[in-house]
Design a protein around this ligand. Structure first.
Ligand SMILES: Cc1ncc(COP(=O)(O)O)c(C=O)c1O
Length: 405
């Protein structure tokens, strides 16, 4: 970012207490939000507020604390709904994205020979559930890892029951043409699921404009707590889905002979939910909305550009998906560091131990991508609203030192 064009999110750094953390007496450089993001103070306060002020179960109790916790819980649902332009009744609270995808995979009534179209770079969470319940059919990859999105049309058949695609890959950081995929699927009467686990923190999401049938998100990547996630579904899609867990809170009427399910979304939330998680997630999405998701996106894309520019300039560092057009990558880059005797996980550990820079190293739950590119792991640097160009420069300097040794 140029001086004249000062970072509009620079002030957010002070909101994240974790960024004060030191390792070996040195402040950390956090470049690992794609794994799990630090939490702003407002999220921590929302969670502790629930513990301190109104801990009680939701939808069940008859006393004041229970009313208050129910109100906070359902308000969080509204905040999440507004964040993605959905109706509250279309928001199911889950544990994480993985649970949301499993819920759809088990609720659609798939058969073994049904097909679900994915890409070969999907996270295991958007691949394994389809393998378990049906056949996952991946579209191929270009040599640098970018999916051949145009192959989708040729993969659709009378056996296709769903198209399921990450809006932003956790390994490439590239923004996928989800609108094209959704339109192509709908042209054949096939529903589409969007995995927004990585995109929801970086791009404005409007499920109505996108016209997706399902969308999943994970709280912990969205600056919210762990153990809370979201499954969005168009109302009629949710109503056609079979619940995959049963128990307390999800039936309206229960008699010896019959039972009647609660309305959506509550029929999918059997048992006591993660109340404080939902409240924290509500605070997180409100925080992001207040920053302005267009601003967040510009900042993320700018950092992505900086990452690629700085990494490309280091001999011995090879970036995946280098063919992604300018502006089509969030602040995330995955790369291979060529340093004698060191695997990619060693490099990630070295960045932490010597330079206090936190990144991911390994397969990032995208084994199919690594297998197809013949890679034994990669290093991933990923940003969030609080990161700045100095963080990326620090990473580039550390990597230069590592490859030059
Ligand atoms: C693209 C993508 N999909 C799904 C997931 C699964 O998220 P969770 O482990 O929170 O369920 C991840 C997590 O890294 C991800 O990056």
């Amino acid at each position: 970012m140029k001086q004249a064009d000062a970072d509009p999110l620079a002030h957010t750094r002070a909101d994240f207490p974790l960024l004060q953390r030191c390792i070996d007496g040195q402040p950390i450089t956090h470049l690992d939000s794609a794994a799990t993001a630090p939490k702003p103070r407002c999220v921590i306060e929302a969670v502790t507020g629930y513990y301190l002020e109104c801990t009680a179960n939701v939808h069940r109790g008859v006393h004041v604390l229970s009313e208050e916790s129910t109100e906070l819980f359902e308000r969080a649902r509204q905040e999440v709904a507004s964040f993605i332009n959905a109706a509250p009744s279309e928001i199911v609270f889950t544990r994480n994205s993985t649970e949301g995808i499993n819920l759809v995979a088990s609720g659609l009534g798939l058969r073994e020979d049904d097909e679900v179209i994915v890409t070969a770079l999907e996270h295991h969470s958007n691949y394994m559930p389809w393998r378990l319940h049906a056949r996952a059919v991946p579209v191929g990859l270009l040599p640098d890892g970018v999916p051949r999105y145009e192959e989708l049309g040729g993969r659709l058949s009378s056996k296709t029951r769903l198209v399921a695609l990450a809006q932003v890959s956790n390994t490439l950081g590239a923004i996928a043409p989800v609108a094209d995929w959704i339109a192509a699927a709908h042209a054949h009467g096939i529903p589409a699921l969007v995995d927004a686990s990585q995109s929801a923190s970086h791009l404005p999401i409007d499920v109505r404009a996108m016209d997706c049938d399902f969308l999943v998100m994970s709280g912990h990547k969205l600056l919210g707590p762990s153990g809370i996630g979201v499954l969005y579904g168009k109302r009629e899609r949710l109503e056609a889905l079979a619940p995959y867990q049963v128990g307390g809170g999800m039936v309206k009427l229960h008699e010896e002979e019959q039972f009647v399910l609660q309305d959506v979304p509550w029929r999918f939330e059997a048992g006591t939910p993660n109340i404080e998680g939902a409240i924290g997630l509500g605070a997180a999405v409100t925080y992001l909305r207040n920053l302005g998701m267009e601003t967040v996106q510009r900042h993320s894309v700018e950092l992505g550009r900086r990452l690629v520019t700085r990494l490309r300039a280091i001999g011995g560092v090879e970036i995946l998906a280098d063919s992604v057009p300018d502006g089509q990558r969030i602040g995330l880059a995955t790369f291979v560091v060529k340093a004698p005797g060191l695997g990619q996980e060693n490099i990630a550990r070295l960045l932490c131990d010597r330079h206090q820079i936190l990144v991911s190293g390994g397969y990032h739950c995208a084994h199919m991508l690594h297998q197809r590119l013949n890679l034994e792991g990669t290093v991933r640097a990923s940003t969030h609203v609080f990161n700045n160009e100095a963080d990326i420069d620090r990473l580039a300097e550390a990597l230069t030192e590592i490859v030059e040794v």
